[in-house]
Design a protein around this ligand. Structure first.
Ligand SMILES: [Zn+2]
Length: 191
């Protein structure tokens, strides 16, 4: 195999890189039965002087919720003063590689004073929120008009609540519930 051909390979563990007569296995590679094979996902890099081939690991770019980003998250649990959120995707519906933990503190719900979160969000709600801290667990805010609950379900029967004016009404059992809704309530196309 020619050198330039080798360097174009994208390898997964076990893939043959070359034969041992061409190169010896360096980092990320091993020899088995006279063949050099990759131990990692990555690209081969050859050192002709040392007659060694390494396989450089590919860093799969990690998609992180940066400060200021708008995200969608699922409300996991709610206490009086804070709620735990599972941050699922960014506002363009691009999912995060792994769900990140978010925290919504009671002071980040409204510009006005809020005593208890229970009157504003419930477990199972989907939120659109803004990330306001640098590192996980990510603190989020839903103070802005466009932010807040985008999908909510009836506490009694589980049906999706419909927004009518400022209240959410269950189309099934007709009960009404209150939330801090987003101006975009009911328009969610993803998650
Ligand atoms: Zn209902």
């Amino acid at each position: 195999m020619r050198l330039e051909d080798i360097s174009k390979l994208r390898l997964v563990p076990g893939d043959e890189v070359c034969v041992i007569e061409e190169f010896l296995p360096g980092d990320g590679a091993y020899e088995a039965g006279g063949k050099v094979r990759s131990a990692v996902i990555g690209y081969p890099v050859t050192n002709v002087d040392l007659r060694v081939v390494e396989v450089k690991r590919v860093n799969n770019k990690i998609h992180l919720p940066a400060v200021g980003t708008l995200v969608y998250g699922l409300v996991v649990s709610v206490k009086e003063d804070y709620a735990l959120i599972k941050i699922l995707s960014d506002s363009k519906c691009v999912k995060y590689s792994t769900p990140f933990t978010g925290i919504l503190h009671v002071s980040q719900v409204h510009d006005k004073y809020v005593r208890s979160l229970h009157d504003y969000i419930k477990p199972g709600d989907l939120l659109k929120a803004r990330v306001i801290s640098e590192n996980p667990p990510y603190h989020v805010s839903v103070r802005e008009r466009q932010l807040g609950v985008v999908v909510a379900y009836c506490s009694a029967c589980g049906a999706e609540l419909l927004k009518q004016g400022n209240t959410l009404t269950c189309p099934n059992c007709k009960s009404t519930e209150s939330r801090k809704t987003s101006a975009e309530y009911g328009t969610l196309k993803c998650v």
